[in-house]
Design a protein around this ligand. Structure first.
Ligand code: PGA
Length: 251
């Protein structure tokens, strides 16, 4: 059976007092989860706080980005080794905001995923098409290319230890969720593409859906055959919403 997850992506939100309250609530309630893993990917300065509140709880934590370089003269960057020192389990790579706003290309995303794996953490590799690409009918081509570059770089060994997230760009932060059928169709395509590389990896890799997931739609989305949970932005900042989504992932 595949791992089920609900991963919060706080993006550039939060402050120390609000984080304490949110993390405390999530840690307390996540004890009731039986099979799903809850995780929160917080801004770098809050990793120590996440570590101190969540250590010993059932909730994992992680980063939202990482440098592809192990160390050196890269002002403003954060290495995978640094994230590991703060107990991160997950690191998001290739989020569409990184691709679109910070110019990250497929090759860079692949290097970042490799850097995360090299430090023994789990990359959550994001793929997804823009609205224009969906309307042009090239969704599969786009996500297939994004996955292909990463798969070539990581090989079967690296892929086996990774998580994939399908995040249609048009659904992120817009309130426009993909329908369960739209999500399932792309997830099935991605699993098929993985199967051409390695059948057992395709069968075992969690593929998360992200894009306006909320308590009200999570169960329906996560009920689809190839949807193994979610990557949750806005709704992960509200304890009750995020916990309800975790419950939906727990199924
Ligand atoms: P959203 O963001 O849930 O706010 O749409 C998802 C994401 O960007 O990971």
């Amino acid at each position: 059976m595949r791992q089920r997850l609900a991963v919060g992506n706080w993006k550039m939100h939060g402050n120390l007092p609000e984080n304490w309250a949110l993390l405390d609530k999530v840690a307390a309630a996540a004890g009731g989860l039986s099979r799903a893993i809850a995780s929160v990917c917080v801004p770098f300065p809050y990793l120590a706080q996440a570590q101190s509140v969540l250590a010993g709880s059932k909730v994992a934590w992680g980063g939202q980005n990482v440098s592809q370089h192990p160390k050196g003269a890269f002002t403003g960057e954060v290495s995978a080794g640094m994230l590991r020192e703060f107990g991160c389990r997950h690191v998001i790579v290739g989020h569409s905001e990184r691709r679109q706003l910070f110019g990250e290309d497929d090759a860079t995303v692949a290097l970042k995923a490799g850097a995360v794996l090299a430090e023994g953490m789990v990359p959550i590799i994001c793929v997804g098409e823009t609205l224009a690409e969906r309307e042009r009918g090239v969704t599969e081509e786009v996500v297939g290319r994004q996955l292909g570059v990463v798969a070539d770089r990581l090989g079967a060994e690296g892929l086996k230890a990774s998580i994939l997230a399908y995040e249609p760009v048009w659904a992120i932060g817009t309130g426009k969720t993909a329908t369960p059928e739209q999500a399932q169709a792309v997830h099935a395509y991605l699993r098929g593409a993985l199967a051409r590389c390695d059948k057992s990896i395709a069968a075992s890799m969690p593929i998360l859906y992200g894009g306006s997931v909320k308590a009200a739609n999570a169960a329906e989305l996560f009920g689809m055959q190839d949807v193994d949970g979610g990557l949750i932005g806005g709704a992960s900042l509200v304890a009750e919403e995020f916990l309800a989504i975790c419950q939906a992932a727990d199924g």
